[in-house]
Design a binder for this molecule. Structure first.
Ligand code: KG4
Ligand code: ZN
Length: 338
């Protein structure tokens, strides 16, 4: 079954064709990052406009690269939530038009479910149940993936998403948006113990996380050095910050894994590309004798193929949308489409 899948929830326009949920025939992406860099973050109106400009050409390109004709497609899948509402709407409207014109089923896909499904593309043998940590620019969730379309949130951030904090600290250090990857690279030559950062203690759910205190502590440290006219050791601050974020994410995720009784852990989302976080999970899973699934960097960030993979499993579960499909800025991963 060949699914043409569309993703436009933030600043990447993406169209892919995925076969049977596991095989990428083509994965086309038009990134707007260079444009948003000018403003230090995503400007929603510009994002929507650029999606409109890119989406038709990308779909043609995807078909051409796959070697299929329109007749070779079996369904259209699209991100319908969560994301920047104007941006998501562009993909939703394109997908509705394509499904109508080609008389194909339309499958709505939750963006975060898609991030998790990126692991199915990278690991053909991976099947639920497993635990997945989703860490992106807008979301930080520990999820019990009970089935392909059955999710329970075990822990979440109480404030900022991990990616947001990476980007903010990177920005103050003068790195261009989105700074997470640059901060990660810079951290490699730093001393991770040079700037000890606080560990936020939370009451309530022990699997919940918090990043705003950590972000503020890092920003205060930078400003304090500036005010005193002292230079800060940037690589060491990056290393210390990455370590602190990892120490928030890894122990809680491992606790969730132990409590679940599963022996499989996946990570997903843009921040799952972070080298420090990947290394710490590798060590922790080896100690526990659990399998670790880390998608390649190309599948960690937003892409169309992950929507095509999840779209396949949503299709098998009977999820369908009509021409009244709407976009949602926020929506829980747990909530089914209907
Ligand atoms: O999943 P994604 O592409 O978009 C959202 O759905 O949010 O994630 C983007 C986020 C950005 O905050 C970016 O800075 C961060 O992922 N990121 C990283 C790394 N690569 C991307 N953060 C830390 N280390 C990295 N290597
Ligand atoms: Zn995303």
């Amino acid at each position: 079954m060949n699914i043409l899948s569309v993703e436009s929830s933030c600043d990447e326009t993406a169209v892919a064709i995925v076969r049977n949920g596991r095989e990428i025939l083509t994965d086309c992406i038009a990134s707007q990052v260079e444009l948003h860099k000018l403003y230090g973050g995503v400007v929603p109106e510009i994002a929507s406009r650029k999606h409109i400009e890119a989406i038709y050409g990308l779909a043609d390109q995807a078909l051409l690269q796959s070697g299929l004709t329109r007749k070779g497609l079996d369904a259209i899948a699209v991100t319908y939530a969560p994301g920047l509402i104007g941006a998501v709407l562009v993909g939703v409207n394109f997908a509705k038009a394509a499904a109508y014109a080609l008389d194909l089923p339309l499958v709505p896909v939750h963006h975060i479910r898609g991030h998790i499904a990126a692991n199915y593309l990278a690991y053909p043998e991976l099947e639920p149940p497993f635990i997945c940590l989703v860490v992106s620019g807008g979301h930080t969730l520990i999820v019990d993936v009970r089935g392909y379309t059955d999710f329970r949130i075990l822990g979440t951030t109480r404030d900022d998403a991990a990616g947001e904090c990476f980007d903010k600290v990177a920005r103050v250090l003068g790195m261009p948006y989105p700074g997470g990857a640059a901060l990660d690279r810079c951290a490699k030559t730093g001393d991770e113990d040079k700037y000890p950062l606080p560990h936020t203690k939370l009451s309530g759910n022990p699997l919940d996380m918090s990043f705003s205190g950590l972000k503020t502590a890092a920003l205060n440290l930078i400003h304090m050095h500036e005010q005193k006219g002292e230079s800060i050791d940037v690589p060491s601050l990056c290393a210390s910050f990455s370590k602190a974020v990892s120490e928030m994410l890894v122990p809680r995720t491992m606790q969730a894994l132990k409590e679940s009784g599963y022996k499989k852990l996946a990570i997903a989302g843009g921040v799952a590309a972070n080298s420090r976080i990947r290394a710490d999970f590798k060590d922790a899973c080896e100690k526990l004798g659990a399998a670790l699934y880390t998608p390649p960097l190309s599948l960690c960030g937003d892409n169309g193929a992950m929507i095509g993979s999840q779209g396949y499993y949503e299709f098998l579960a009977g999820t369908r949308a009509g021409q009244d499909l709407n976009a949602f800025a926020t929506r829980s991963i747990e909530q089914p489409y209907e």
